[in-house]
Design a protein around this ligand. Structure first.
Ligand SMILES: [Zn+2]
Length: 241
């Protein structure tokens, strides 16, 4: 998973959503209203904007592995119809993640979502990566002496620890990143920006945030880069902000 930055929508598209959001909707009619709105030019533009947020490969914002083909409501529209036309509630999702999530949306005791929202937060604060299996797991939070509850729910809902094809994609990306960092470490002089650009190009799965975050920093070969080439490390780390 990767942190996603959300642009503003063009004015007339945002105005369309605002108009829609002001019409009172309820759980009984939201599906029909959404279905008919979904065919409009405005929502086709919304889908295009979400896809462009994920680069040329238009990956799903949850698994970052499959093609993101539909607008997903982070707060499910069936349960929270008032959020159906709210731009900040819209993500890009693949068919598989959409099928796993459906209306599953656990909340904490304070009423906060126990699901990572990649457009709101750095997913790697809650998720960990297993380079051997390629699976995503819940991150262990040292201060709490427990795995992140949000991470655990996210992994469970989206089945991020039991999707073989996805895990293989993550493993391949990780191998490419490691190989490029090893090649850089063998160079007499590393070009920090070139390294960062190459790694971003290879990083189909948002793994830079993990490799150049608190976990990767202590693992080979990232630790060596951190210790011996601080400028290159900084350039790579900057791409994850
Ligand atoms: Zn997906």
């Amino acid at each position: 998973m990767r942190r996603v930055h959300r642009p503003n929508l063009p004015g007339q598209i945002q105005a369309y959503l605002d108009r829609k959001a002001h019409v009172s909707v309820n759980s009984a009619n939201i599906e029909r209203r959404w279905k008919s709105a979904r065919k409009t030019k405005s929502l086709i533009t919304v889908l295009g904007t979400l896809q462009s947020m994920m680069g040329p490969r238009q990956r799903c914002m949850y698994c970052v592995d499959s093609h993101g083909s539909d607008i997903e409501h982070f707060w499910p529209k069936g349960t929270y119809p008032a959020r159906a036309f709210v731009w900040s509630n819209m993500l890009l999702c693949c068919t598989e993640c959409g099928r796993f999530k459906l209306d599953r949306f656990p909340l904490s005791t304070d009423g906060l979502p126990l699901l990572v929202n990649p457009s709101d937060e750095d997913p790697w604060e809650h998720l960990d990566f297993d380079p051997d299996t390629g699976n995503l797991t819940a991150r262990y939070i040292v201060d709490q002496d427990a795995p992140s509850a949000k991470g655990e729910e996210t992994v469970k809902i989206l089945q991020l620890d039991r999707r073989e094809g996805m895990a293989e994609g993550y493993r391949q990306t990780f191998k490419r990143i490691v190989a490029r960092v090893n090649a850089a470490l063998a160079e007499d002089q590393i070009d920090p920006q070139q390294l960062a650009d190459d790694l971003l190009e290879y990083d189909d799965h948002g793994l830079m945030g993990w490799c150049f975050g608190p976990v990767g920093r202590h693992l080979s070969p990232f630790q060596q880069l951190h210790d011996t080439a601080p400028a290159a490390w900084a350039a790579c780390e900057a791409t994850t902000a």
